[in-house]
Design a protein around this ligand. Structure first.
Ligand code: ADP
Ligand code: MG
Length: 238
């Protein structure tokens, strides 16, 4: 049975700058994402992909339209309620890994549990389990600088997974990685998706998008294409 986890309707985002300037970045974006989908979001630089991801991630509020996350209208939630929904539903992965460089791998991975009243030793155990899961067994007491870029991104993925999120939001997660490491990370995402996690990923690389099932292309603030990745790639190569 289809189970929508993300439903956006006529989503708008205008940035208001000091001095009365404004920029309308999202001009009415609509789509529904079902549980278990794997969506790549593409579009030119500056087309609003990160703006859309920040909105989907409840890191920023839209200026118009509606957004239902796991069935809840986010505009009706307070900042505190939003933080709870976000923590229970979403995991984030970024291009630059966003790790705390002076903290251990275990501290980085267990960070999302800090705000949940989980005890110290349980935090460490759960982090260790997740570190094993991303193929970094034995690295829990190292610091990020001792790891390659691909390994650091695995740490970030472990951190994103520690709360058992329904959805992983990844904004250009392979943007700083060489192509072989990119493929490893994307294969990992693909396996996560096969285990039932919904994945929404921003990329500008067609090779990376090919790991997804569905492509949403943003242009001029609206959805320009929404459908099979393969069909889009075939069509754009004729
Ligand atoms: P993309 O991720 O597709 O490259 P972004 O969503 O980062 O695009 O940016 C879209 C447009 O919105 C850009 O022109 C950018 O300068 C502008 N923008 C993004 N974030 C802000 C912000 N916080 N304040 C003002 N303008 C912003
Ligand atoms: Mg961006």
């Amino acid at each position: 049975m289809a189970n929508p986890v993300v439903e956006v309707k006529d989503l708008k985002k205008t940035y208001y700058m000091p001095g009365g300037m404004s920029q309308e970045v999202l001009k009415g974006v609509s789509f529904t994402i079902e549980e278990g989908d794997f969506v790549a979001i593409m579009g030119h630089s500056g087309s609003g992909k990160s703006t859309l991801m920040n909105t989907l991630g409840c890191l920023d509020r839209p200026t118009g339209g509606t957004y239902l996350l796991a069935g809840r209208e986010i505009s009706k939630l307070s900042d505190e309620e939003l933080a709870v929904v976000r923590g229970q539903t979403l995991g984030f992965v970024f291009q630059n890994f966003n790790l705390l460089m002076k903290r251990s791998i275990a501290d980085n991975v267990s960070l999302p549990l800090l705000y949940q009243g989980v005890g110290k030793s349980e935090m460490y155990e759960r982090a260790k389990e997740m570190i094993n899961k991303v193929g970094l067994k034995g690295y829990e007491d190292r610091i990020p600088n001792q790891l390659s870029g691909g390994m650091q991104q695995r740490v970030a993925i472990a951190r994103a997974l520690i709360n058992n999120p329904k959805i992983i939001l990844a904004d250009e997660p392979t943007g700083n990685l060489d192509s072989q490491t990119s493929d490893e990370i994307m294969t990992f995402f693909q396996n996560l998706n096969k285990s039932g996690i919904t994945i929404i990923l921003v990329t500008h690389e067609p090779d990376v998008a090919m790991y997804a099932k569905r492509l949403i292309r943003i242009a001029d603030g609206v959805v320009e294409y929404d459908g099979s990745v393969k069909k889009y790639m075939e069509r754009s190569h004729v």
